[in-house]
Design a protein around this ligand. Structure first.
Ligand code: NAI
Ligand SMILES: N[C@@H](CC=O)C(=O)O
Ligand code: NA
Length: 456
């Protein structure tokens, strides 16, 4: 007769952990595994032995990381591990190494949102086939537990909407621009030094990183595969100090938001800068912190807040996944497998419905306001508020006039009025057509900015 399977009688041999990558996050994970080994062993149920760390240059010293652990042979390291922790980033060789690990039955922990958002289905299928864990808490909103709550705790509910700040770098940049009056480029450099930015910070500034996270959250929340290519994306590269200042003067703060929604027609995900009222909780999210609101039918509104970037905070989420994967291995089981996907339609970007703030410069003549209002009305875009003229113009006395749009006629002596129009909710497609028509309107000298307004 076979002995009953009693987890407490299983052999507690050390679990071999391989790290791939020893950068900002990898270094902190290595420190955590090496310095807290006794505590982690007690929590996991077996010692977690670091068998090696794959790096590009093994001859380079890394503080607090024994040189003997460094190797340039990532494949051999993967083949020697029970748990593979991928912290190299990028698509290749991360993808091949993760698949190799899963095919061998090793558990995988990764922080690689880019890979998950582009190639998630391949990886999840490999994990399910191998009955091995593929965990990625660090891939969305750094230290904040958000993947596990959406994937597991809300698995019995119907999530309707996920909205939040999921990129620490851009939140830090916009915050510094708002509070210190700095330019975008200077603050991005600082974000790199602080370990918040991706290896190529374009991924942060142009919204790719947030779009990857939005795709992951939308997939988990709506049980529908959403890839990064289906997320409408606009970054913060075009945001100027002027935009930030106008936001402040009109009662808002600029934030890069990720929004995923489920409607009767399907699901939609988008990432863009948005004006958030100064009294909205998201306005108070400073520095590299992130915050995510989830609305579910049964649970109602939920809010998650914490550090979204940086080595230590991200390593916390990675280490949590490592302990969890170790526990699953010790009982011979696997964490959650992927949902049988509902495959709801993923909607096009221009289906989104939002409020907008449009700033423009017009010839300061009688009747211009009516002409502008007429263009909005013609496109079915209803105006909420219009601010015009002296008060706003006077506030900018010291400010140099902005460059006119290419082709715009600007008479040197002509008085120009600034208008700030806030709309009621309108379809993205209607707003785009409105802006295009405004550009062609004779008295319009410049469309200074078009920003969405959220959280009103
Ligand atoms: N830094 C952060 O705040 C966060 C980062 N992440 C993710 O964590 C992962 C790692 O990010 P960081 O540590 O910030 O990046 P990093 O650029 O500091 O570290 C990556 C390391 O991997 C190494 N590497 C790359 N390709 C390699 C290869 N083929 N063989 C050996 N080593 C290789 C690089 O030399 C570098 O040292 C990325 O997927 C990133 O998106 C996730 C959440 C937060
Ligand atoms: N570059 C990312 C790091 C965490 O995911 C960010 O700034 O949020
Ligand atoms: Na997280």
């Amino acid at each position: 007769m076979t002995a009953p399977s009693d987890p407490d009688r299983r052999e507690r041999r050390p679990l071999r952990v391989a790290l791939l990558g020893c950068g900002v996050v990898g270094t902190e994970v290595a420190h955590g595994l090496l310095e807290n080994s006794a505590e982690l062993a007690a929590r996991a149920g077996a010692p977690l032995e670091v068998v090696g760390i794959a790096v590009r240059d093994a001859s380079r010293e890394r503080e607090g990381v024994p040189a003997a652990l460094l190797t340039e042979d990532a494949e051999a390291l993967v083949d020697a591990a029970d748990v593979v922790v991928e912290l190299m980033g990028g698509i290749e060789p991360a993808r091949t190494l993760i698949l190799r690990a899963l095919e061998r039955g090793a558990s995988v922990v990764t922080a690689n949102k880019q890979l998950l958002a582009e190639q998630g289905p391949v990886l999840f299928e490999a994990a399910d086939t191998a009955r091995a864990d593929l965990s990625f808490e660090a891939a969305v909103a750094g230290a904040i537990p958000i993947v596990r709550p959406v994937r597991e705790s809300l698995a019995g509910d119907q999530v309707q909407r996920v909205l939040g700040i999921v990129n620490g770098t851009t939140n830090y940049v916009l915050d510094e621009m708002t509070t210190q009056g700095l330019d975008l480029e200077d603050v991005v450099k600082r974000a790199q030094e602080l370990g918040y930015a991706e290896a190529d910070p374009t991924a942060d500034v142009d919204g790719y990183d947030a779009a990857a996270k939005a795709a992951i959250l939308a997939s988990l929340a709506f049980h529908t595969r959403v890839s990064i290519h289906q997320v409408a994306r606009e970054g913060i590269r075009h945001i100027t100090r002027d935009d930030v200042e106008w936001a402040r003067r009109t009662g808002y703060v600029l934030k890069l938001l990720a929004i995923a929604e489920r409607t009767d027609e399907g699901v939609a995900a988008r990432v863009h800068p948005a004006l958030v009222p100064t009294d909205h909780p998201l306005a108070a999210v400073r520095g590299a912190f992130n915050a995510v609101f989830v609305e579910a039918e049964g649970a109602g509104p939920l809010m998650f807040y914490g550090q979204g970037a940086g080595g230590r905070p991200t390593a916390s989420a990675v280490l949590g996944d490592v302990v969890s994967a170790a526990r699953d291995r010790l009982i011979g089981g696997k964490g959650p497998h992927e949902s049988a996907y509902a495959s709801l339609p993923v909607l096009a970007a221009d289906a989104a419905i939002t409020r907008y703030q449009v700033r423009l410069e017009v010839a300061d003549r009688t009747g211009v306001l009516a002409q502008v209002a007429g263009v909005l009305a013609d496109h079915g875009v209803s105006i909420d508020t219009v601010r015009q003229s002296e008060a706003l113009t006077a506030a900018f006395e010291a400010e140099p006039a902005s460059e006119p749009a290419p082709g715009a006629v600007r008479d040197e002596g002509e008085p120009v009025a600034r208008l700030v129009i806030t709309t009621h909710a309108a379809r993205e497609a209607s707003l785009a057509a409105t802006v295009s028509a405004l550009r062609d309107l004779e008295p319009v000298r410049q469309i200074t900015s078009v920003l969405r307004v959220e959280g009103v």
